[in-house]
Design a protein around this ligand. Structure first.
Ligand code: MG
Ligand code: ZN
Length: 221
């Protein structure tokens, strides 16, 4: 009985995700779903990314959180289109679902967005189970989280199209073995491309920016 319910939820999510994907294609939008645990630096990465790219590309942001607009508030200074989804009215979900994104899209002027960055809720588990209709899924892992996370939470590393390893500036202060993180990721998903970066120092952002610009070009060409 219960299994059937879960299947129905996922099937329903899948069909709304397909509608979202159609909307992105129609409007020439490259949509990226950013997934990570809390505190890995999603919002800091967004902040630096938007600052780097906003004069070149028309950027929109969807922020997901259970409560508060704190993350969206950090991006207000850029004068880009931002929608905050709070999941509390939806039952306090710990991940975004396609129907939530669908509602957020109603609040945006889609004709003037080329790159849509979607910040999922901080959680390494269920965001990976719910497709939103995005073009690419980007997992973020910071080096402060330890080497074992890819092995403990394999699904997110299996479904991701790109992994950002953040807080690389802290490497010299920590005992963490970054090479071991990369090796553990490769055990789960040997095809997964990895970019090491630091939202604090900006290291690695050229490569990340290139990846985003390429995605937008492929969508609009
Ligand atoms: Mg955040
Ligand atoms: Zn969840």
């Amino acid at each position: 009985m219960e299994v059937k319910v879960v299947k129905n939820i996922l099937a329903q999510n899948e069909s709304i995700a397909e509608e979202n994907q159609r909307i992105f294609k129609e409007n020439g939008i490259f949509a990226v779903n950013l997934m990570s645990s809390p505190g890995s630096g999603k919002t800091s990465i967004l902040e630096r990314t938007v600052g780097l790219i906003k004069d070149e590309l028309k950027v929109g942001v969807v922020e997901g959180d259970i409560c508060t607009t704190a993350d969206a508030d950090r991006l207000k200074k850029f004068e880009i289109q931002i929608v905050q989804i709070n999941t509390e009215p939806f039952g306090g979900d710990c991940h975004l679902e396609a129907h939530m994104l669908q509602k957020a899209l109603d609040c945006l002027d889609l004709s003037s967005i080329e790159l849509l960055l979607i910040e999922n809720l901080g959680n390494l588990v269920c965001p990976a189970e719910f497709k939103l209709g995005e073009d690419q899924r980007v997992a973020i892992l910071s080096i402060t989280e330890g080497e074992d996370k890819p092995l403990k939470y394999p699904l997110i590393f299996r479904v991701a199209d790109l992994l950002l390893i953040n807080k690389i500036d802290l490497e010299k202060h920590l005992e963490v073995d970054v090479q071991q993180i990369v090796e553990n990721v490769a055990k789960i998903n040997p095809e997964l491309p990895v970019i090491k970066l630091s939202a604090k120092s900006g290291e690695g952002f050229d490569q990340w920016k290139e990846w985003l610009v390429r995605g937008v070009k492929e969508r609009t060409s």
